[in-house]
Ligand binder design. Structure first.
Ligand code: HEM
Length: 85
């Protein structure tokens, strides 16, 4: 993972980044460049492999992967927000 991150162009020379999926450091979240979220509603399926068919599926992924504990209503609200971008 470190070797992959060292080639992503986001880490300053001599900088170090954790495997964020494992440690979730707020400082190291900067090491990842996420896609532009503008116009999301019209370009599903989501993620590089199309693994999330809908925005609700994408929100569900984050809820499960990072154990956010979102309620169904919160997930629906977040998906509704993402649809407005
Ligand atoms: C609840 C919080 C989050 C939401 C709702 C969210 C939402 C999304 C969505 C909808 C996509 C798909 C975009 C597309 O396919 O065009 C996406 C992709 C991505 N996000 Fe997030 N995101 C969240 C948190 C994060 C965090 C904390 C990071 C980095 C530490 C991150 C990094 C990424 C990356 C790298 C991708 C591309 C993944 C891929 O193509 O497989 N996201 N995000």
């Amino acid at each position: 993972m470190k070797d992959d991150l060292s080639r992503n162009g986001l880490i300053p020379a001599g900088g170090r980044c954790c495997n964020w999926m494992a440690c979730r450091s707020a400082r190291d979240a900067r090491c990842f460049k996420g896609p532009i979220l503008r116009g999301l509603a019209g370009r599903g399926p989501y993620f590089h492999n199309g693994s999330a068919a809908t925005l609700l599926d994408a929100v569900h992924f984050y809820d499960m992967r990072f154990e956010l504990g979102l309620t169904d209503e919160q997930k629906a609200d977040l998906a509704a927000f993402l649809r407005t971008l």
